[in-house]
Write a protein that binds this ligand. Structure first.
Ligand SMILES: *Cc1c(COP(=O)(O)O)cnc(C)c1O
Length: 419
């Protein structure tokens, strides 16, 4: 599918009069339409809820939009819980899917009435000691081995640090029941960024069968099944995007085949999507500031891996559009680089693009999730602003750019000594 930016060159130029590049911009209209489609896809399930994975785009303005669309939040740290609380999320609209969890975070999650999702059987004692066992509790399952869809290996849960084994989850349910838990959930996350309408339905079958077995073995009431994240987006233009309506129907079919005959038709389906909710609705906007001709052709831009880490960290592909040159032939081959003293600070390698002039504005696509959020401060680089393109076409700044004062803020007394 052709990748079109959601902003034009003229819009970008207008924004740049007020907000210097680089910046991230999010598309409110796209976010809302997509969230509504997800809701529609699971409308057959009365208790359905999407708990947006805050880590993907931890910005209160984004959380508020998703809240208006009926979403909750999925958190895995103190700061994410705090942000959810400040944005007005309350029980039962916060999920706490953490791992390696500090005691204080269990306490805070319980205080907020977040649904606690236990990553390990030993966390039962940790939770009991920290704050006691709540009535509603969820356990994370790891089936081990390899996870395949038909003949394709999707991921390797046996190597993943998350979740409990089959034996442990049964034991965990029995123990939690003994300690007073009444409402149980099952959670599992088996493959990341799947571009396949089969991922959720395949996962759902595994978890639905498990739910039926666990109900028989332990006698607990299973109230919900959390399919977690992992529904992906096509970063490359050659891939077809997931069809969430087809995915929802696939889960529906498995639900009718497995849960309904077992008398479990009241089970609520939860999701914890991050990437699918936001990635396509964010752009990193950056300007070409240098060109370099050595053994290869380089374009240096004013963004760097600090603003978007995925290419440097995973070798991830992010599509690039040169604004105003959408129709021009891609007859030049460039490495598009940032300024870090790190050779992997490249947004694109050997990428066919139109001829780039200094000052050209580049849109880096699909940065709405795990983009700004993964930012860091290497080389003393500062984090960019985040902007929101409202539905009425106006632009608001939803996070200002960092300043050097922010960068030095944690040095307190030490800084005065140097003075
Ligand atoms: C990261 C994460 C998600 C979201 O994953 P996406 O791939 O962005 O959909 C959901 N749940 C948990 C527990 C996670 O760690």
């Amino acid at each position: 599918m052709e990748k079109k930016p959601f902003i034009t060159k003229e819009q970008a130029q207008q924004m740049m009069e007020k907000y210097p590049t680089p910046f991230h911009i999010y598309d409110e209209k796209g976010i809302r339409e997509n969230a509504r489609k997800l809701k529609q896809a699971f409308a057959w399930n009365k208790g359905f809820k999407e708990y947006f994975a805050v880590k993907a785009t931890p910005n209160p303005s984004i959380l508020k939009i998703l809240k208006e669309e009926g979403c909750g939040t999925d958190c895995s740290s103190y700061a994410e819980l705090l942000m959810s609380e400040k944005c007005g999320f309350q029980h039962p609209n916060i999920m706490f899917s953490s791992n390696d969890t500090p005691e204080s975070e269990f306490q805070y999650a319980k205080e907020l009435g977040a649904i606690i999702n236990l990553d390990d059987i030993t966390h039962i004692d940790a939770l009991e000691k920290a704050c006691g066992i709540p009535e509603t509790i969820c356990c994370r399952f790891n089936p081990g081995g390899k996870f395949s869809i038909s003949t394709t290996i999707m991921d390797n849960p046996g190597d993943a640090k998350y979740g409990m084994t089959r034996e442990q989850i049964k034991e965990a349910f029995l123990r939690l029941k003994q300690l007073g838990a009444k409402e149980f959930g099952i959670h599992s996350f088996l493959a990341s960024n799947t571009v396949s309408n089969e991922y959720y339905p395949t996962l759902a079958k595994i978890l639905f069968r498990l739910a039926v077995e666990l109900k028989e073995e332990t006698g607990v009431h299973i109230g919900f099944i959390n399919l977690s994240g992992g529904v992906g987006v096509p970063y490359t233009p050659d891939k077809e995007p997931n069809d969430i309506l087809v995915i929802g129907e696939g889960v529906h079919k498995a639900f009718d085949e497995i849960l309904v005959p077992a008398g479990m038709g009241d089970v609520k389906i939860f999701t914890e999507l991050g990437r699918f909710m936001l990635a396509p609705y964010g752009h990193l906007v950056t300007k070409a500031i240098h060109e370099k001709h050595i053994y290869k052709e380089y374009i240096g831009v004013d963004a760097c891996a600090v603003n978007l880490m995925r290419p440097a960290m995973y070798g991830a592909y992010h599509h690039i559009t040169v604004l105003g040159k959408e129709q021009e032939p891609c007859d030049h081959t460039y490495d598009v680089t940032g300024s870090l003293c790190e050779n992997n600070d490249k947004f694109a390698i050997d990428r066919p693009l139109p001829k780039i002039e200094m000052g050209d504005i580049l849109v880096i696509h699909d940065t709405g999730a795990h983009g700004f959020a993964m930012g860091y401060n290497y080389n003393g680089k500062l984090k960019s602003a985040e902007l929101l393109l409202r539905e009425d076409g106006s632009v608001v700044e939803i996070r200002r750019a960092e300043t050097v004062d922010d960068y030095f803020a944690t040095l307190d007394g030490y800084w005065n000594v140097i003075d």
